[in-house]
Design a protein around this ligand. Sequence first.
Ligand code: NAP
Length: 309
Amino acid sequence: MTDNIFDLAIIGGGPAGLTAAIYGARARLKTAIIADEGLSGTLSRIDIIENYPGFPGGITGAELAEKIAKQALDFGAVHIAAKVSALSQAESGGYILSTESGEQVMAKSVIIATGARHKKLAVPGEEQFSGKGVSYCATCDGAFFKNKEIVVVGGGDSAVKEALYLTRYAAKVTIIHRRDALRAEKIIQEKAFSNEKIVFKWNSVVTEIVGDRLVKAVKIKNIKDETLEEYPTRGVFIFVGVEPNSTPFKEQIALDAGGNIVTGQDLSTSLKGIWAAGDVRSGSPRQVATAVGDGTLAAMAAIEYIEKA
Ligand code: NAP
């Protein structure tokens, strides 16, 4: 059990968690990164990151994740491959993190960097055809749609970036968006507007996904003129926003109405000795660069806390 008592336990292996681990390990805190999906978080699913400083021409999410993870492990952070399911206060002070596999990790301080996951559209057919044409990850599933006509739902950075990625495989990508203007970064919009494989269905919402064994079409409603249409497609990629991975902490830590962890200026949460960093915290701009900044800030606060204890 003694082996499992850490000065700092970081939950989540994305850019926020890994950066916090670099700082924790360099301060010679006994630092653990608890992450079940390897070290990368959702970063590994990002095809190309063009707005992270220092990489003109961009860097793949997988490569960036690998580099940051190597830095954290080289400085002495330990990776525990597990999923945290609950957090409780230890009698001796500090916290007990229970994992799905039954293992417990004890830590004097904790940084929650569990990130966020893609939201569901919540329409009939979505669950039924998940993995049978419905996807939330272009880099994972794009290659299955070589020369096929597919749709992407949403108008934010994720939807438009992933639509651009999908044009490598698909014959045609239709972006279905509920308004007549995109939310995505302007430079990403420009790329989409000039891509011959991308077309747009504006002011439109998907009301149902239909098919037999696999997806065959989406039912679309134009919200301006109320017209309905069945639009043939083999793939439906859904990027309609994200929701935070905060469920294991919801009983003990203050969350906002969207389930994001509420933090102070130093990213402290409502529990002493616990900080939140990256996409899981309330108000996060959800950029790789800000996640890295969050990880730094939270780790510096945790280091000061441990050193004063
Ligand atoms: P987002 O920015 O919240 O965009 C979600 C999109 O889905 C919006 O266009 C929204 O429409 C639409 N939408 C929401 N609910 C819908 C529904 N029920 N039916 C149809 N459409 C719906 O989410 P995101 O694109 O996943 O990005 C999440 C965060 O990560 C953002 O902060 C983003 O900047 C960041 N991110 C950054 C990059 C980058 O390269 N910089 C890449 C990916 C993500 P409205 O526009 O009408 O609200």
